[in-house]
Structures are given as C-alpha cells and as structure tokens.
Design a binder for this molecule. Structure first.
Ligand code: ME8
Length: 647
C-alpha cells in the first residue's frame, strides 16, 4: 500500500483559533480523507508550536507559567478540531519531551556537520520591542517596523546556520521542480531572498528562556523556527524513540501553509533538510489568507469568525464547504457572513439538498420507496451518465494538485447537471401515465446513482453530512467505495430509499445577518467582562512624587490622518489648551481617523518628543491593551475643558 504524509503548520497557541486557522486544517483533512478512500496509508499531522518569547510574555501577563498557559490553550485547538471533524492521525506539541530531545539532537548534528557556528548577532535593536531587525526589515525611515521608534546598533552572541551552501539547490527546487505550489510564487522568493545572497540564519537566542536549550551552551535556546519546522520529522520518530514511522512516511507528500510562512517552508526548511542529508518533501502548497475587509482575519474585526458559533448555526460541514470553496490556491479569500449564507443557500440547500430531497421524495411518492426493476433508457441519460463517470478522475487530479476549490466546483457541476436532468425528464409528467413506469424508474435510478457518486466524492470534504445522504438513497457501505465512484449500476435495481430530515436547510439572509450582528455585540460585551482575561500583575510601587512627574491632560482631537507609508500610525492634531500640538499614535489598526475627530482624549503632555516614521510626536495619548493585542483609546468626559490637568 502506498503511503501519503500530509501536514498542517503547527499553530501558535495564542488564544482562540478562528476560521483562518480552520482553512488549512480542513483542507488537509479533506485531502487526507480522500487519500484514505483511495487506499493510501495516510499520516495526517497537526499540532501546536508552543515555544518563544511571545508565549513567555503572554503567560507572564496572565500570571501563569508558559506551560500552564499552553496546556490550557491547546485544549481550544483540540476541541475545535474535534468539532470540525478533523481526522488527524497525530498531534504534536513542541513541548513534548520526545520532540525536545530530537530538536536538541538535530541542532547538535547540524553543529557537528559544520553548518552551525557561533558568532555575533549584530543588528538594529529596538529596546521597547526587545527585537533585532535587519536593515532590510526596517521601515522607510530606518525605524523599528513594529513600533516605528528609533533602533540602535547592538550585538549579542548567537549561533548561526550557514544557508549559502544550499542556495543553488534551493533555487532549482523552487524553479525547476513541482515543489512549490503555485509555482508563480517562486520568482518573489528567488528575487527577494536567493539572488541578493542567502543570509546565514540566526538559530539561537539568549534574550528569553522559554525554548529548547542548546545542550552544549545552555544560555541559548533554539530559534523557534528550527524547533517548529523539525516537528514534521520528529513527529514520525526522527531522532527519538517515541515513534517508528520515519522510514515509512518521510518525505512528506504535502506541507500546506498560508503565504505568511511560505519563506520558512520554501527556503529554510529545505536548507535544514539538505544539511541533514534528508530527502525533501514532495510539495509545499501555499494558500492565501482568509481576509475580512482586506485584513488578515482576526476576532477583533467585528465579524463572526468563531467557528463554534458559525458551526452551531449552519453545521460544521457547511463551514468546511464554504471556506474550501472560496479559497483558490495562492489567492486570498475575503470572508463575509453574507456570502457564506448565500453560498449555503445556493449550493447546499438549493443545489445538493434539493436534488436529494426531490429525488427521494419522488421515489417514495411514485414507487412507495422501492423502485421497480424494469428499465427504459431515454433521452438525456447518456449525457448524465458519462459526466458522472468522468467525475472521479477529474476530482482525483484536482486533489493531487491541492486545488480543493476546483475539486468542489467540479463535483457541483454534476449536482447542477443532475438537477437539470430532473427538469429535462419531467418525472411528474411521466408519473401521470402507468405505461411510463419503467422510464420513471430509470430516471429516478439514474438520479440516485448520480447522487451516490456525488456523495461518495464529497464525503472527504463534508464527512458529517454525506452519511445522511447515503442513508436516504439506500446506499450500503459497499456501494460507496472509491472504486464504485467511477461505476454505474452500483445500487440495486430495486433500491429502497428512506426519506429523512432536510439535509441542508435554507436560511433567511437578512434575518441571519441581524442575528449574527447581535451575537457580535454580545461577544464584545462578554469579552470585556470575562473571557479568561486576567489583569497583568501590578507594576513596581511608586511614590506620589513619581506620579506627579507625569503631566496628564485632557485634549481634543481636532484633526487626524494616517501617516503615509505606515499601516500602524495615525497623526493627530490636538487642542491641548496650550496652543495645540501634534501627536503620533500607533492605533491605526483599530481606529479610523474619523472615529477620533472631535473626541477628548488623555494626553501625556510632558513626554520627550520623538520622531515616528519621520513624523514628530509631542506626547502620547493614553490607551489600554485589549485582550486581542489591540489598543483601546481612553475617552474621558467630553465636557472637561481642554488642558485640564489629571491628578
Ligand atoms: O505561523 N487565513 O503559526 P500560526 C488563512 N507556528 N490561513 C490562516 C489565517 C488566515 N486568516 N490565519 C492563520 C505559525 N492561518 C507557526 C507555524 S509551522 C512549522 C510553524 C493558518 O498559528 C495558515 O495555515 O500563526 C498559516 O500558515 C498558519 O495558520 C499560521 O499559524
């Protein structure tokens, strides 16, 4: 039996997973199920990437240890995968002992082979963000790309991985093989990273401790990406005794990721494997982001993106179908509740659901549920049958090319064709005359056969609902195999249908949008009150004299505009009661300029002026950290006069 190994990224356990995370996992799950149906011995891996500074900080903010924090959040992911019917074969956590041990061995082996050396990390350091940046990462003013403050030259001892020996092989991998999908993305990788000369990669850190220690230099922890990427091998037992599947399943057949982490999988991962002299994965499938209003999906954007809530209302299969159908490999897909509901109505309720319910209802009405064995072929049969018999091969091809949306579109052309066949053959007219009984039975049988093929091929994509269709059309286990999906006359001639519940209900779009908006409002309110938010520990004590050093005042936003070439900064003109001043604030991701004009805010009036993105800022406006890592501006009483001091 041939093997098939497919992986999702391992996710950062950073709060609640959303619809964006679901996409990769659902797409991989569908491929894994399809391959199992084809008879492959499948290994489907997913998991969580649990080390790194961000997690350390998040846990600290919540007053728990990093391990306590990840243990809790991982449960959210596992719960969601169960809910979405994800059939993973293995779940790796990078905090698992066997993985830690294996990563240490991998690091040592790369060191022993001469690919890792100790050096000095020199770079531009941003003190508030505690981050090093390379010159090319800085913003257009040479400032920190995150907070736009000035950076300074700094250096720190670190280990480096030599990338240059692999540049030629990686370029060939990207441009001459079928590794990268879609291949059109190869040019940007080659031009941006390989042609300018592959820089050696800094693979250890000393600025935090929540990571895998380097065994021979314990002040260093292994860079989180070396730790994370290795999971694809360690989960099979590479360099550890926990599993024994490496020889069988490696190399991976498909790594699927979104574009944000393409470079790590297209350049760094192959380089590590080349250094370890391991075979390279067959394919890297890169999809776009699920976006909302052009921005990467996040919970704070005011759309219901909580897969549990959407699944509760529409069913997990409807969500699976919608996100897979919307996303073309390589392109972004914009998420909207309205588009989703319309698609559920058109494709699932009116298309597939209607086809099944009409066919089963007619078989019940005209034959008391069991068809007669007599047959009479007629016009339109051949066209339907040949289209149905050709379907499996086309779906196979799209699944092999990881073009899931095309595979689904292809299956739904047979749904439309079958509905058209009903209109063409007009069974209700045939039913009027007893001598048409054989023809009527043939028409209904053809429809049931077509539905059998559709549902067999859809079963990997919508695994909760298809069994209900099999039940209704009277298909048994042996009828719904992969082999039979390219055969006709599989159901018994005198098949018995069983009418059941409506499989995909129709939704009233306006009513649903109203309901969802209500849910968004309630969610926001409850997030503020609880949702696991824990206040950060109180900072070091200060005296009243220390506090008196702060000059806080009421000021009013007179005008506001985005800082050019910056996604994060807004430039505000304030009336501070002292003649006015300009302040730059990093809140553009959460506030539009027009949201702020006319509002009173709290100004830190005696903060030393700085230039952010080349624009002078005289002071700061006060904002609170939100649970999602955003900022919430503090709006004081509008009646307070500008310039009033706050004590
Ligand atoms: O990057 N649209 O983890 P991560 C589509 N730990 N896909 C999305 C998405 C969106 N809006 N948001 C997330 C990491 N994803 C690393 C990976 S792998 C060795 C280490 C999906 O939690 C998509 O697959 O940030 C993306 O690549 C992945 O989540 C990133 O997840």
């Amino acid at each position: 039996m041939s093997k098939f190994y497919i992986t999702t990224p391992i996710y950062y356990p950073s709060g609640n997973p959303h619809i964006g995370h679901c996409y990769t996992t659902v797409a991989c799950d569908s491929i894994a199920r399809y391959k199992r149906m084809q008879g492959y011995d499948v290994m489907f891996l997913t998991g969580t990437d649990e080390h790194g500074q961000k997690i350390e900080e998040k846990a600290k903010g919540l007053g728990v240890t990093p391990k306590e924090y990840v243990d809790e959040v991982v449960l959210n992911y596992k719960k969601l995968w169960e809910y979405m019917n994800i059939s993973y074969d293995r779940y790796i956590r990078t905090t698992d002992d066997y993985h830690v041990e294996a990563v240490q061995k991998i690091f040592n082996e790369l060191y022993d082979r001469g690919y890792i050396y100790k050096g000095e990390y020199k770079g531009k350091y941003c003190t508030p963000c505690e981050s090093f940046w390379t010159s090319s990462q800085l913003d257009e003013n040479g400032c920190c790309p995150e907070c736009h403050r000035e950076v300074k030259e700094a250096s720190e001892e670190a280990y480096f991985f030599k990338m240059s020996p692999f540049a030629d092989r990686i370029e060939k991998l990207l441009t001459e093989t079928d590794y990268l999908r879609p291949k059109t993305r190869a040019a940007e990788l080659v031009n941006n990273f390989i042609k300018p000369g592959l820089e050696d990669l800094c693979v250890s850190r000393t600025s935090f401790t929540w990571g895998i220690p380097v065994t021979f230099d314990p002040g260093h922890v292994v860079y989180v990406w070396v730790d994370a990427l290795s999971n694809y091998c360690t989960a099979l037992g590479y360099q550890n005794g926990r599993y024994d599947d490496f020889d069988k399943f490696w190399p991976a057949d498909v790594h699927m990721v979104a574009k944000d982490i393409m470079r790590f999988h297209a350049i760094i991962w192959p380089a590590i494997l080349m250094a370890l002299e391991l075979p390279l994965p067959e394919h890297l499938a890169v999809h776009g982001w699920i976006t909302f209003n052009g921005q990467k999906m996040s919970k704070s954007l005011g759309n219901v993106v909580d897969p549990f809530i959407l699944g509760e209302r529409y069913g997990s299969d409807a969500i699976r179908y919608h996100i897979m159908r919307e996303m073309a490999l390589g392109a972004d897909s914009s998420f909207s509740n309205e588009v989703m509901i319309n698609r559920i109505n058109s494709d699932l309720a009116n298309g597939l659901g209607n086809l099944v319910s009409r066919t089963v209802a007619m078989a019940q009405k005209y034959f008391g549920s069991t068809l007669i064995k007599e047959r009479q072929e007629g016009e339109f049969d051949d066209e339907l049958i040949s289209q149905a018999l050709a379907l499996r091969e086309r779906v196979d091809e799209f699944v092999d090319k990881t073009q899931i949306n095309d595979a689904l579109a292809e299956i739904f052309t047979l749904v439309s064709r079958s509905n058209k066949y009903i209109d063409e053959t007009e069974p209700w007219i045939l039913a009027k005359d007893e001598k048409n009984k054989a023809r009527l039975a043939t028409v209904l049988y053809n429809l049931l056969e077509s539905i059998r093929i559709i549902a067999t091929l859809l079963n990997s994509f919508m695994p909760s609902t298809m069994p209900k269709i099999f039940e209704q059309i009277g298909a048994s286990e042996s009828d719904i195999t992969y082999e039979n999906a390219a055969k006709w006359n599989v159901l018994p001639k005198n098949v018995t249908v069983r009418r059941g519940d409506i499989i995909f209900p129709r939704f009233d779009v306006d009513k649903e949008i109203d309901e969802l908006n209500k849910i968004i409002g309630e969610q926001k309110a409850s997030e503020q009150s609880d949702s696991g938010f824990k206040a950060a520990p109180v900072a070091d004590e200060i005296t009243i004299d220390d506090f008196a050093k702060l000059d806080l005042r009421i000021a009013e936003v007179k005008s506001c505009e985005k800082v050019k070439r910056s996604k994060k900064l807004l430039c505000l003109q304030l009336d501070d009661g002292l003649g006015g001043r300009q302040v730059v604030s990093g809140i553009a991701e959460w506030y539009k300029p027009e949201d702020l004009v006319g509002k009173k805010i709290i100004l830190v009036a005696n903060l030393k002026p700085v230039k952010l993105c080349g624009v002078e800022s005289n002071g700061m406006i006060c904002a609170a950290d939100t649970a999602e890592g955003g900022a919430g501006v503090i709006f004081p009483d509008q009646s307070l006069p500008n310039g009033t001091k706050i004590r």
